[in-house]
Design a protein around this ligand. Sequence first.
Ligand code: MLT
Length: 411
Amino acid sequence: MVVKINENYLKLKSSYLFVEVARREAEFVEANPDADIIKMGIGDVTKPLVPAVVDAFKSAVDEMADAETFMGYGPEQGYGFLAEAIIENDYKKYGIELDTSEVFISDGAKCDTGNIQEIFGLDNKIAVTDPVYTVYVDTNVMAGRTGEMGDDGMYEGLTYLKCNADNDFVPELPSEPVDIIYLCYPNNPTGTTLTKDQLKVFVDYAKENKVIILFDAAYEAFIHEDNVPHSIYEIEGAREVAIEFKSFSKTAGFTGTRCAYTVVPKELMAYDGEGNVVEVNPLWNRRQTTKFNGVSYPVQKAAEATYSEDGKAQIKEVLDYYMENAKVIRESLTDMGLEVYGGISSPYIWVKTPNDMDSWDFFDILLNEANVIGTPGSGFGPSGEGYLRLTAFNTLENTKEAMERISKLEF
Ligand code: MLT
């Protein structure tokens, strides 16, 4: 007898994009130990947790140290106090009513957007935007919903909705029937947004065609445009067709602390093999209660504190700081004659490579000659070729220094 692996894993590119970026960085550092590298690659925050969050975190740890207030297993779906704060602060102000049983608190939008496909049948046809946050694609490959990757960089059986400068980064509706569409807005990696009307086109399509939209709104806190929705549920009818993912990671510096949430409305339906209607919310509940034991109590108290008056004000300052970096990047690169997108309602700036250079070549030039790390656009999908992503999460000082170094390069 031999142990058989899940062969779908063999269809994947050998490593996760950010692992490959880190590998090239490590190789460069080994060869150039004195290089002063500026990281603008993975979207990881640099500012610490704000004081209001730290205070709540610490006092919850103190509660855990006292037999009177100690908390053991919490609800797998998260504590009611956090779900209520989420509904009150992230939804009510946009006129959206939710029930706490529709909010599932978790340890990350990456996990949730990766895990959600488990509750849907393997024969569903999947559409993703191209370029795309690679987790949506890779998890469907792992599950066996695709064939092999072709020479064009696309997995057989997956529908790619192209987004580049030619269509203003607005995906067209799928030209073939699909069952599930992943959308991420503000977009990772391009940093671009969809207006309410543009998103409505997808919601209407989903309603008409019994499609489910998996809407990743992890970057919602960065929205600075009036006509951009903060939640897909701002669009009429979206509760019947969409699951929404949000995260405290980029909003409140929780990349290392881990807290996020997923909204699965009660109205959302799918079908069993006989075509009978099945509610999706209980399925996700069943999945989470079986495979997940909830986020730790101190982390949920810390997340709750992001909604306190002090917490909100302190977080706004941090977000403004990152958006100032985004502005510096946008303006500096534009002054250098480069084409840039995003960075207005997003911490990501999507740069067209000079002279139609290959994404990884541009990445290598920035690394070797400016000691600046970006993320090659082609790593996010074939339509990302010819672009590179920079993040606004470094310090202002480093961001300015990176721009100064890039301005000295000759392309
Ligand atoms: C990114 O750089 O795209 C993000 O850090 C990915 C993530 O949040 O998992």
